[in-house]
Design a protein around this ligand. Structure first.
Ligand code: TXA
Ligand code: MG
Length: 348
């Protein structure tokens, strides 16, 4: 398949370009596009063969449901059953933005989108290109992250090109994704809403608006555990390199990382350390990837998926990772890092 590459300037969007991509999307094509979180691979939710091609291009298991993306709140009427007060508060405060809501689905939502569940995931992205594209396509757009299943989500057009060139109809290049981690998935179908996947909107931000919120647990390697977000059970974000997360007090973590690095180097491995700015000068390693700094983990969130891909490009065997605090965006960051490490975590 020939993939058309369309480059757009986010600050000065060429309407003609977006319109041509929107037409392909509406008419049953697959279009990768930037959002504020990560790139998505879109298809018209009402075109079953287009939606199937998303699953094929990604190598995604069919029991993993897709997020429906909208460009105006009005579209909710045709997608979900009813919207309660808490949900409205969430929508008013965090949409458009990096938050996905799980709600009971309207009967016209095809089963292929929801993997047969009676709920549907909906998101209203804030990225100007995503907004315009969905608006011009004039349909709700199903879009998982635009990566091969199991790989880190794409935060740059290059990541999408590496994974999906020749497998999709269009790739819209809108530069880098600002947030760098996927949206928060918030289940609004139980009395106390549940965060199924931490993401761009933090636990603290949500609690501040609607009070008590639970965080889905059991997101671990227990094979008998059936997570509420089906996607959480699959291997994720995994580079070829073996990642080990080291958590604990700052100085103990540094000591442990240096000790482990030395041992691995002696065995002839290509070793790297991924840490925060504050730790950099104390780390004894040839290859140090500075993720961000403790004052603002937003930069770390922005960098993480790029680095996970870079480890493979740089042919690294082993990476020791300084754990970040789980507060704020740190919760989503740790969730992705721990998964990338297949929960290989050392506490010191
Ligand atoms: O930031 C994002 O959310 C990006 C951009 C492109 O919008 N999309 C994204 O989609 O990350 P995806 O497919 O990679 O992840 C969607 C997650 C999966 O874990 C999936 O299982 C879960 O949402 N999900 C979708 N529908 C669901 C439902 N009805 N109930 C529970 N979980 C659901
Ligand atoms: Mg994904």
């Amino acid at each position: 398949m020939k993939t058309q590459l369309i480059k757009v300037d986010n600050n000065n969007i060429d309407v003609k370009k977006i319109n041509s991509a929107a037409k392909i999307l509406r008419d049953g094509g697959t279009v990768a596009f930037p959002t504020e979180t990560v790139y998505g691979l879109g298809a018209n939710i009402f075109n079953e063969s287009a939606v199937k091609r998303i699953f094929e291009a990604k190598g995604r298991p069919s029991d993993n449901p897709l997020i429906v993306h909208i460009s105006k709140v009005d579209q909710m009427k045709s997608i979900v059953k009813n919207i309660n007060k808490k949900t409205l508060t969430i929508m008013e405060n965090f949409w458009p933005g990096p938050l996905t809501l799980i709600l009971y689905k309207n009967s016209q939502i095809p089963d292929i989108i929801t993997a047969g569940l009676d709920t549907v995931a909906v998101r209203y992205p804030s990225h100007p290109v995503a907004k315009k594209l969905i608006e011009y396509a004039n349909i709700p757009v199903a879009a998982p992250s635009a990566n091969i299943s199991g790989k880190p989500s794409p935060t740059k057009a290059k990541h999408v090109i590496d994974d999906l060139m020749g497998k999709v109809d269009v790739i819209v290049d809108g530069g880098n994704c600002e947030v760098g981690l996927e949206s928060t998935v918030l289940d609004m179908t139980s009395d106390t809403p549940i965060i199924l996947r931490p993401g761009g909107i933090t636990y603290e931000q949500i609690v501040q608006k609607i009070g008590r919120v639970e965080i889905a647990g059991g997101d671990n390697e227990d094979i008998n555990f059936t997570p509420k977000a089906p996607g959480m059970k699959y291997k994720h974000y995994a580079p070829d390199a073996k990642l080990t997360v080291v958590e604990g007090d700052f100085n103990d973590v540094i000591t442990k990382i240096n000790e482990l690095t030395k041992k691995e180097l002696e065995s002839g491995k290509k070793v790297a350390v991924m840490c925060l700015e504050e730790a950099k000068d104390m780390i004894e390693a040839d290859r140090i990837y500075v993720l961000g700094n403790n004052k603002s983990l937003n930069l770390a969130a922005f960098n993480l998926f790029s680095y996970l891909r870079k480890f493979d490009e740089d042919k690294i065997d082993t990476v020791f990772v300084q754990a970040v605090d789980k507060a704020g965006i740190g919760m989503a960051l740790r969730n992705r890092i721990d998964k990338a490490a297949a929960y290989n975590i050392i506490s010191v």
